[in-house]
Design a binder for this molecule. Sequence first.
Ligand code: ADP
Ligand code: MG
Length: 247
Amino acid sequence: MSELLNIKGLKAGIEEKEILHGVDLNVGEGEVHVIMGPNGAGKSTLGSVIIGDPGYEITGGSISFDGEDITGEDTDKIVKKGLFLTFQNPIEISGITLSNFIKTALELHTGERIKLWDFKKKLKETMEVLQMDPSYADRDLNVGFSGGEKKKAEILQLLMLRPKLAILDETDSGLDVDAVHVVSKGVEEYKKQVGGALLIITHSTRILEALKVDRTHVLVDGRIVAEGDAGLIEEINRDGFERFLTA
Ligand code: ADP
Ligand code: MG
């Protein structure tokens, strides 16, 4: 399996403090990896740093993606190379419709102009898969969307943008059962249609049911403290993080 994401000894944080204290992580093409860890462990920080969030500073180590060093690279360039991150708290933007937002992002990704008719058709089909009312396409991005609708909007972007690697940051948290079902169906669809790799930050197993997990990583206090297969997820759900905290 050829390597897609290769993180070596990554140290990063904000000005006042280091949050990630040397993280190693390798994700191969098309693989499904899960990151678990207690609140405040640095999971979202890791996602933000990989995608090039300028709010974080990289102080050591390296990140390469698809054979290229992307350490400290601009988010635009990283996204264009085929990386995608869903946010734990998606932002609301007034004045940009969901449809326009996705079209602009798609054109940025591909570097080509897309015919409006083709785009609208594809968007409509994809929204049907996610059981989203078509009227959402013309509403301002996330403005007044419920938690579940914001997550669906992110999965819609995932299916439209077709990245090589998608990082899902607790996309399944705080959703009702129906919304979790739709989100996991969307992720399954991404896997089927695109066959891309997934790095899933999660506390629940619902989103993983339809996926084959290749590797699980446990992040505690900015360090990967344990790794295993899907069995490790079950173990954590049964016994909690305690054994990793005292280790
Ligand atoms: P997780 O996603 O695992 O719950 P985070 O990556 O969100 O953890 O946060 C890890 C730690 O870093 C927490 O203590 C959090 O308060 C801190 N942190 C993360 N981002 C920032 C930031 N932009 N400013 C201040 N503290 C931050
Ligand atoms: Mg988080």
